[in-house]
Ligand binder design. Structure first.
Ligand SMILES: [Fe+2]
Length: 449
């Protein structure tokens, strides 16, 4: 698994020097912070034996279970997790399943998936994978508010990724959300292994819930026509539990929040499985139980950056009505390597009953920042900046949440943008228009993007 293809290295070296320092280009032009260039890729090696777990990460499954995923080079290691509430004392044990895959001359290690639980909420558990190696621990999310999400898109595995993850880990949170583009392996499979090792210190401690970006596709005509071979094998999400037939879109509920992970790179037209699944999923949301509804997808539906203009438009036209009518609170996207926060929008107009749109594709990947925004911008775009960083959505209760964007100022993390959100269930006007079906909500701006 360790061998990195030479042409992969040359590609990485070529792409790390594309973006030089650049003059400031966003709304906050009073800020003299100079834009950083991309940083080099970190290749993280496995230091243990072939039996020892590597690339360990956890993800939520259902109300009170966690999936533990890890890889061993040794194919004889059992898919078994021992766990308990005290260090070194494992009074519970669970077994699971395993898979592996081939991609041209690359052969993956044994990929173990073990579901453990039922688990108590807001509780620390200690665990060991396959009977070998170190003890890990995680904290389960709370069953009620407050709850905090760290949100990071387009993560990659560079020195900037490392900074971003250190900043994420420097303050407590409950669940990590990633709206696509994880490893930037781009078919060079050893980089998937390297990515898994780089994120392990964080992804062993808190659940990582991800959806796919374009860098996960990895299709090869005729041989791998459907793509997502590595992604689906390594980053298995709880799709069956939400009635989805695909790992590429699913939903889950945690601490009073219904989170929907959509797939920008699988069919989304009105006759597609994903569309039909979304109709059913939104129809089943109980806002008394989960007052907050949050959606993540990769290619943004609203974007004033010159990068990836219009790439999310087809999906927006297909699905925006569904999210609007369901009164989704926030939509997070990645893909554009910058930060941008919009007002509440529906159909290209400000709308108090529409979702707030946020692009958070600035995790730190090797391609660097998307430096240039449209000029003039749009009154719908309230803050935009091409810098690396991460976001935090802290939901205080059923009515109020706080969003902040933490910019990477080299080794420091600085809160550069923040806003309070009112839950849409608190607006009687928004629900009256749902009941009336055809009633058009008021609009405070008519500017088209
Ligand atoms: Fe992308």
């Amino acid at each position: 698994m360790e061998k990195l293809f030479p042409f992969g290295l040359s590609l990485l070296l070529a792409t790390t020097s594309v973006f030089p320092h650049f003059p400031f280009l966003s709304h906050a032009s009073e800020n003299v912070y100079s834009r950083p260039s991309a940083r080099s890729v970190i290749f993280t090696r496995h230091k243990g034996s072939e039996s020892e777990p590597q690339q360990v990460h956890i993800s939520l499954v259902g109300k009170d279970h966690m999936r533990v995923t890890w890889i061993t080079d040794d194919k004889h290691v059992e898919s078994r997790v021992e766990y308990g509430k005290q260090p070194g004392k494992y009074n519970a044990i669970a077994t699971g399943e395993q898979t592996s895959y081939r991609y041209f001359f690359y052969s993956s290690g044994k990929i173990h998936h073990v579901k453990i639980g039922p688990l108590e909420s807001a509780t620390t558990y200690y665990y060991r994978c396959g009977g070998y190696g170190p003890e890990f621990s995680f904290k389960t999310p709370p069953s009620a508010f407050p709850i905090e999400f760290a949100v990071v898109g387009d993560l990659g595995q560079t020195e900037w990724t490392k900074s971003t993850l250190e900043h994420v880990g420097s303050r407590d949170y409950d669940v990590f959300l990633l709206p696509g583009d994880l490893s930037y392996a781009d078919s060079h499979q050893p980089l998937w292994d390297s990515f898994g090792r780089l994120v392990e210190p964080y992804a062993t401690q808190r659940p990582w819930m991800v959806t796919e970006g374009n860098h996960e596709i990895e299709t090869v005509p005729i041989i791998f026509p459907h793509g997502f071979k590595a992604y689906n094998a390594r980053w298995r999400m709880p799709y069956e539990e939400s009635g989805s037939a695909s790992n590429l879109y699913y939903s889950f509920e945690v601490g009073g929040v219904h989170v929907i992970m959509l797939g920008s790179y699988t069919d989304f037209a009105s006759d597609s499985d994903q569309y039909k699944w979304l109709v059913g999923d939104l129809g089943g949301v109980d806002r008394k139980k989960t007052p907050w509804v949050v959606v993540l997808l990769h290619a943004p539906w609203y974007n004033t950056n010159l990068a990836h203009q219009g790439e999310g438009e087809e999906m927006r036209k297909a699905m925006e009505d569904l999210l609007y009518e369901a009164r989704v609170d926030v939509v997070f996207a990645g893909h554009v390597h910058a930060y941008e926060r919009f007002t509440r929008i529906y159909n290209n107009k400000a709308d108090p009953c529409g979702p707030m749109y946020i692009t958070i594709g600035d995790g730190g990947n090797r391609e660097g920042l998307a430096l240039t925004f449209k000029n003039p911008g749009s009154s719908l775009s309230l803050y935009r900046e091409p810098s690396f960083g991460h976001g935090r959505l802290r939901i205080l209760d059923e009515k109020r949440a706080h969003w902040s964007w933490q910019r990477n100022n080299d080794s420091d993390s600085v809160e550069a943008d923040e806003v309070w959100l009112d839950n849409l269930t608190t607006s009687k006007a928004c629900w009256a228009s749902v009941d009336a079906q055809q009633q058009q909500p008021s609009s405070s701006a008519n500017e088209e993007l």
